[in-house]
Design a protein around this ligand. Structure first.
Ligand code: SAH
Length: 288
């Protein structure tokens, strides 16, 4: 057997070698309803020993983790960071290098506005083995549960996911309103305002008035159907349905809150027929 002839020094090196790094599973928890986890994600959760989870992961999903496993909250709410992103990444690398395998649980899909790409890059750079388990993104859960197909032959031939989140340091500009607010959201408005397209905006509740105004300014008719869908797929799901012109007032009147998506495009008009929600849809005429 070859290893018996290996020099002693080799064995000494092995004895002092750092532990083999643990594996990181970057898992998408889906939009909230635990029935919408992938089979792979559910299996990984049931086997997990150490879980680092985000703000948007629902309690129902966390219940799948064994009781004796360690759960670490590293959540980020807009403007309130428990741990800065760099510290989360460093912690993951440190834990994995000490030999611990861990499950990093993120809302929706890890690679849709979840900074999962950055985390995976850091793991790759540190030589930590990792695997990504995709999840149903909020937009897909919303489409099914709020009855707004993302594409439809009669309505939209393309779909765009965008973020309404402010760039770092631009919060003041948005609060002041006007031109400052308009450039605070860094989006390609002309591309978003194309016809026969569905636009889904994540993290856009705070900047909704800017988003609607910019889409109108860049050519979308003011009566384009538009909606805010809060807590999609969860029992508390609520849709506020109006138009680009009426939605900001509607959202304010009904105190729309994150987590919510903004949906723009004529697919929104299918909500009345396709939604599973019972009569929570508010016609835009109410906002007038
Ligand atoms: N990776 C996630 C998105 C993270 S960004 C995904 O793929 O879904 C966080 C934003 O996602 C929230 O601010 C909100 O805009 C959206 N979001 C997440 N879960 C949601 C839900 N259940 N209903 C509506 N929006 C949701």
């Amino acid at each position: 057997m070859t290893h018996l002839h290996e020099p002693l020094q080799f064995h000494a090196e092995v004895a002092h070698a750092p532990p083999r790094p643990g594996t990181v599973l970057l898992v998408g928890a889906g939009p909230g309803d635990p029935e919408l986890l992938t089979v792979r994600a559910a299996r990984a959760l049931r086997r997990a020993r150490l879980v680092l989870y985000d703000h948007l992961v629902s309690r129902e999903v966390l219940r799948l983790v064994p009781e004796d496993a360690d759960l670490l909250y590293v959540g980020k709410e807009s403007g309130r960071h428990t741990l800065p992103q760099e510290s989360i990444t460093e912690l993951m690398v440190r834990l994995a290098r000490s030999g611990k395998s861990l499950l990093r649980l993120k809302g929706g899909d890890p690679y849709v506005f979840g900074r999962g790409g950055e985390e995976a890059e850091a793991l790759a750079a540190a030589g930590v083995p990792f695997e990504v388990v995709p999840g149903i993104s909020a937009a897909q859960g919303m489409a099914a549960c709020a009855g707004m197909p993302l594409t439809h032959r009669d309505h939209a031939a393309s779909v765009v996911f965008a973020t309404g989140h402010l760039r770092e340091g631009s919060r003041d500009g948005a609060q002041r309103g006007g031109a400052g607010a308009a450039c605070a959201v860094d989006l390609d408005w002309a591309a978003l305002a194309r016809p026969r397209q569905t636009v889904v905006i994540y993290m856009g509740v705070a900047t909704l008035p800017v988003i609607c105004a910019q889409l109108i300014a860049h050519g979308l008719p003011a009566d384009t159907p538009a909606a805010v869908v809060e807590r999609a797929t969860l029992p508390e799901q609520r849709s506020l349905v109006g138009t680009l012109a009426s939605l900001p007032a509607l959202a304010q009147m009904h105190d729309a809150r994150a987590p919510a998506l903004i949906v723009v495009g004529s697919v929104v008009s299918l909500h009345g027929v396709l939604s599973r929600e019972a009569a929570v849809a508010l016609e835009h005429t109410e906002a007038r």
